[in-house]
Design a protein around this ligand. Sequence first.
Ligand SMILES: *Cc1c(COP(=O)(O)O)cnc(C)c1O
Length: 435
Amino acid sequence: MTQSIERVTATTPTFSALKCRECGTTYDLGAKHVCEDVCFGPLEVAYDYDAIRQRVTRSSIQAGPLSIWRYKDFLPVVGDNPIDVGTGMTPLVRANRLARRLGLKELYIKNDAVNMPTLSFKDRVVSVALTRARELGFTTVSCASTGNLANSTAAIAAHAGLDCCVFIPSDLEAGKVLGTLIYNPTVMAVNGNYDQVNRLCSEVANTHDGWGFVNINLRPYYSEGSKTLAYEVAEQLGWRLPDHIVAPLASGSLFTKIYKGFQEFVTVGLVDEKPVRFSGAQAEGCSPIAQAFKEGRDFVTPVKPSTIAKSIAIGNPADGIYALDIARKTNGNIESVTDAEIIAGMKLLAETEGIFTETAGGTTIAVLQKLVAAGKIDPEESTVVYITGNGLKTQEAVQGYVGEPFTIEPKLDSFERALERSRTLDRLEWQQVLV
Ligand SMILES: *Cc1c(COP(=O)(O)O)cnc(C)c1O
């Protein structure tokens, strides 16, 4: 296919090559993701940080749009017309009630449960990937998804007028499926788990070379979008880095890119250097990276996923070894929690902070709790927890665990009786807590 670059701006790009993470071989800026000439390592976008340092200041960023595109010089797009659907600049919430509950001093929630347009952090990676896809001349975009990526790819493709065909495992939550179908893409529900979906998509990518798979042949561009989760936190903390971050791990990409984002801000002088500890969260039913961490291995053994945390159920994580390396060298941890703990984590965040997250967020909160209890997060550390998705998409997970409304007659005495019952129930709950 032709890979002509549209809408080139007057400003020269701050990146000029793809570079192999393992052997450093460079490639042109096309749609490829593996080092096919040498070692089959993953390709990454390489930037000219001197050029970025000269161009970017805190105030130039603050004068930019209220979206991820305020960090455009750190992102792999060349044109001056990125697809801006308001993605990014989600709230960084000071979580005082949750902090008190856990015994922490300075805790923040980075709340991508309200990211735009599809209520998960995936809108960041897709905004970047589809902007780049358009620049490379693709007219059909696709992805292998655990749910949120399909929502995001379908929505942003609709906005950009791109044809879209997404692949999901056939057992996803109803909200994730409907939240894709509404945008009217072609949806392939594959009878298999994510890792099988991903394998199929690699074959399709090889045989349909006009298709841009956001997380396969466009992966080097896609993954860069996650760096904005680091930039925003640094800016929202008043241009400083936190002491500790906790984030969920599926392929491990998000985790490694938050690390890269912090490093880049230090490199170009936007924040002072400081050690940040990186801790990762997995569901016990799909915890290949946590298992490798626990056993001191530097390789990840694939597993077959079985957990309610479907959005992070990747049994063969592409960036698992890099996530392991980051957790170890920053003195962080990678922990896993059971499905019951995930549900409890979702409820805890909702009850203390008013944030309804999906199962991936429940996993992250439950791991936060576990790390604090084990003394692996210091109460004095400023800690940022990344909440990456919205609970309305995984209602099945908490159905039956959230009680029921009091159904009453439209009469005052009916209300009074129900109120009395609710107070009795509250007391009973307290007694259960006390025993
Ligand atoms: C995809 C996803 C993640 C993690 O993604 P990585 O593959 O590790 O980058 C985390 N949370 C949610 C809600 C997701 O959809």
